[in-house]
Design a protein around this ligand. Sequence first.
Ligand SMILES: [Zn+2]
Length: 322
Amino acid sequence: MRFIATLIMTMCWLLASSARAEAQLPPVVMELLKVSEHVYYVQGAPGTATQNHGFISNAAAIVTEEGVILFDTLGSPALAQLLLQKLQKITDKPVKKVIISHYHADHIYGLQVFKDQGAEIIAPAGAEEYINSDNAEALLASRRQDLAPWVNAETRLVKPDRYVEADEEIKLGGVTLKLIYNGKAHSDGDQSVLVEPDGVLLIGDLIFEGRIPYVGDANTKVWLERLQAMAAGKLNAMVPGHGPMSKNPQEVIQTTAKYIAFLREKMGKAVENMTPFEETYDATDWGDFIHLPAFDEANRRNAYQVYLSMEQESMSSPATSR
Ligand SMILES: [Zn+2]
């Protein structure tokens, strides 16, 4: 009798704790989509950082016979846990490495889930500027409020095990990845991954699918060079940091590259001729880009940022080197 009572109590406890574990996962629709033989990804919803329980960015997984390499880790440990559950349905191999496209909150708050399981964390050089900034801690504090309970007192900023500052090759389970170091392009440090046997490019936030990008404090010279080099390769698909994957990567990359090249050409000429920004902006024919989403919100600021940065470039290097 006592045995049966103990058994019932144990079963109740097990049921309750598994219900608790379920309750700790955010109520979002997350589907692990197959891109190619080795590559899968989950797609965040469009929206701002605190919408959709923080699920606004993508993460990709390269699944091999010896283990998984992740590219980005989503915007909370709870989302990362959900991603891990999805992965465990398609492979029994552990996550061996995590490659971070860039250190921004929406891509890194899930890191601790994989770090705690022994994965090696690889970040682009430049990310240390974010990690060591007061800003990073302040943002984490505010996300603990805005994204509670998914980002909470246990959520921590995980530092990488190593930084990458040049292109390199990574091999796992017979799959070769080319890690492409982009330098200070979209953020303080960015990197992309080319999954060579599949011809799939995981580009991170260098491409904002189908819309005008926010240039911010990006180095447009480096950004443009990187995009042009990537567009020249043979690609079957591309997964951006946000938004849907593309089966026509060259075209998507070219659109962003063309826009940045146009900004640099027009603003560069204005700087050379010492034409004021306002005058240049109003005289420029934006016809090729005006129809793109986010043009009204982003274009004027982008143009101004490029104007200012090209003034800097022209002062720090001889005019002929441009
Ligand atoms: Zn992002």
